[in-house]
Write a protein that binds this ligand. Structure first.
Ligand code: AVI
Length: 336
């Protein structure tokens, strides 16, 4: 009887974030802020899934259609026997189209801080691709970590879809890209999704949907903190607001206090003025030159960009600069 392929787990035991310290520190700033990483409890992850299906949230479906249209070209660039390393693999849906088209990939290495998500998606992929060696790495990918040696791979392909890079301010984005540069190794590449600058109304609609799912997602951050830190944020006392800051080229997501109010978090008291804005997320948008500049700071050169016909989103193939110092980048459009 054939045994079912099981993924190997390498567990770096990422420390549980010091949520209390982190939250209190963010709320003590002149511009109060909470880290977007606290969006993703079980309910937050469900709400994010709902967001990705909203008509206004063009990002996920546009990226998926670019991938569908361009995956053969991407697979050609990557070549045979690659090891694919996905940063923040989540439920693992985005990798499928890539793995189906690559020429005899050797290994798939999903990196994810949530052990449950990681093992569920790694097991499913191992079962779907019995010839693939699946090595699940439980780690906080924003901190440097060592990857397992992957013997026989002709190239490492780091995969970071979804424009999650946009949720990191530029300095942090460069640090993260440097970690990916290291993970790619010599002759390695990075396939990354980056959302593009466009008209304000399209951008703001994507983060202020008519059904109010993004509002629920934003407010759920307070519910998560209430539960984890025995806090007493009144969810009715805050309202979701997302605005595009054109000078900074980013969506800024806030929770606006509807009245003067006090919030208890364990032994601490935090006060909010009426109309005060609590910052919960940035989502940076790029033009192609701006993104190439960011990538260059981390040692990557953009080799090819695929976009949709409206140039709303980009999927970019980046190579390590020192490996390809002389060749030219090419820019193409994915859609018919
Ligand atoms: C996960 N990330 C790419 C999403 C974004 O578009 O920045 C998170 C999000 N926030 C509100 N809607 C979606």
């Amino acid at each position: 009887m054939k045994t079912r392929a099981e993924p190997q787990l390498i567990d770096f035991h990422p420390p549980r974030a010091e949520m209390l310290v982190d939250v209190l520190q963010g709320l003590s700033l002149a511009q109060k802020e909470l880290s977007p990483k606290y969006f993703y409890d079980a309910r937050g992850s469900e709400l994010f899934e709902e967001i990705t299906r909203l008509p206004e949230y063009y990002l996920t479906r546009t990226e998926a259609s670019i991938m569908q249209t361009s995956v053969s070209e991407i697979a050609q660039r990557v070549g045979p026997n690659a090891a694919v390393i996905e940063f923040g693999s989540g439920a693992g849906d985005k990798i499928r189209v890539l793995l189906q088209h690559l020429d005899a990939p050797l290994a798939f290495v999903p990196i994810e801080i949530s052990r449950d998500h990681l093992m569920a998606s790694a097991s499913a992929l191992a079962a779907e691709h019995p010839a693939l060696s699946v090595i699940a790495v439980c780690a906080d990918f924003t901190q440097p970590f060592e990857l397992p040696p992957i013997s026989g791979a002709r190239r490492n392909l780091v995969f970071f879809p979804g424009s999650t890079i946009g949720n990191f301010p530029p300095e942090q984005a460069v640090s993260l890209l440097r970690i990916m540069h290291h993970a790619a190794g010599e002759n390695g590449a990075l396939l990354i999704g980056a959302d593009l600058i466009k008209d304000r109304s399209t951008l703001e609609a994507a983060y202020n949907d008519r059904l109010g799912v993004t509002a629920k997602f934003n407010l759920n951050l307070l519910a998560h903190i209430n539960r984890e830190l025995q806090a007493d944020f009144d969810l009715k006392g805050f309202q979701h607001k997302a605005v595009y800051n054109a000078a900074e080229q980013r969506i800024e997501m806030y929770l606006v206090s509807q009245r003067e109010q006090l919030v208890h978090i364990r032994d601490e008291l935090v006060s909010f003025d009426k109309g005060e804005r609590l910052l919960t997320e940035f989502a940076y948008k790029y033009d192609l030159d701006g993104f190439a500049g960011l990538a260059a700071r981390a040692g990557f050169r953009v080799e090819q960009v695929w976009t949709d016909s409206l140039r709303h989103f980009s999927v970019q193939y980046l190579v390590r600069e020192k490996d390809h110092a002389s060749s030219q980048g090419t820019y193409g459009q994915a859609t018919k």
